[in-house]
Structures are given as structure tokens and as C-alpha cells.
Design a binder for this molecule. Sequence first.
Ligand SMILES: [Zn+2]
Length: 248
Amino acid sequence: MKEKKILFVFAHPDDETFTSGVTICKYAAEPDVSIHLLSATRGEAGKPGDPPICTMAELPAVREAELRKAASILGISNVEFMGYRDKEVSHAPLDERVQKITEAIERIKPQIVITFAPHGISGHPDHQAISEATTRAVQALPAGSTTQKLYYVTHAAEQRFGVASPPHTDPIENITTIISAPAYVSQVAQALTAHRTQHLSVNRVFPGVLQGDTTYVRSVNHFILVGSPHLKAADGEKETDLFSGIAT
Ligand SMILES: [Zn+2]
């Protein structure tokens, strides 16, 4: 029986694979854990590829299909959409965004919710808007809610993200939780490849992955446990299990 649940709340198809790929694979492989993904948009303002894989009119459906394929490769069992348009998440009323996320949490009943750090790593306004709304939703949950932990996914300032240096990172001493799962790098590479329309950004950040070279695919993901400054610790003392301390 799948008693443990993690809900990822992101903005666009591919955010899950770029930021949290090996972490999703690692927990999806555990028999009692199920992984859920709530995506604010279908990435309809993204690029359709070069040469284009589809028309812009077809892009939302194509990117939804790409996300569902990547999700099945990573082991995500449930993908839902909030129905916002790409690049317009921050235009929607905050209360409405919070309500949609709250409803998903109440329905799915995850012990753990994970979203972007407030800076959004890339700084995309959709990433920042979804971080703000998810934070508010979790912090307003009633006592006795199944949700016991909120994590921000981020990236350590001192380390490369593939071959990229994201505009927003966090110093390593602020990172509470490091999930290292190199066994799942090839699965993440397959999921990156499934986001076919995004081949330009996939290739820019993880060069060679579309040709089967996994050298730059991330084997480690970085998280900050929200509201737990006591977990700030030296490198050897980081939390290494998202479910540590959680009662199910
Ligand atoms: Zn994104």
C-alpha cells in the first residue's frame, strides 16, 4: 500500500526533471511511496523546437504529452494541471492560486510538498509565483493536516547545474537536505529526452544528453526544509532523506 506521498508543485512541464529528477526516481522506486505533480501551466509559451516539432497551437497538447511521458519514466503516478497560461501565473490572483493548491493538497494528502525556492532558480516569474502560492497554501493548512514538511528545491551556489550557472542559487550552508542518487541518472536522461520540444534548453544545460551522454545530468538535488533553521548544518550533517522525522 502506498502510504507515503510527495506532491511537487511546479510551473511548467520539464521543471520536475530539471530540478528534482533523481529525487523523484529514488522515491518512486520505494514500494510505499507515490509521487504526485501539480503543474501550473502546459508550457504553452515555450519554444516548439528548432526545427519546430509542432505548431504553437499544438504546443500545449504536445507539452502535456511530453510531461506525461517524462512523468512515467521518472515514476510520477499522478499529473494534474492548474490550467494557467505560461508566463501568466503571476497575473492570476494569489488567493485563487493558493486555493487551487490547497484543494490539491487536501485531495492528495501528501506528507511532503515540494516547490521552487522563492527566487525560482531561473528567476522565471511563474516559478516565483508558484513558490509564493504553495508556501501560503502549506502554511495555512489546519492543524492535523497530513502535510508535515514543505521543501524548496534550489541549487548550491558553488556547484554547476549541468553546465549552467543559474542566476539564483543558495549558499551551501543554507541547504538543509541533499538527495544524491546517481543510480537514476540514466532515467533522468530519458525523461529529459522525452521533453522533445525543449531540446534546445535540454542540450544547452546538459550537453550530450540527447546523444546518450549522461556526463552532465545531475545526480544530486538540493533542498531547503522551510521553517527549520536548526537544520542548517555543515556539509556532513545535511538531511539525506525527505521522510526523516515524518510519522505516517
Ligand atoms: Zn519552468
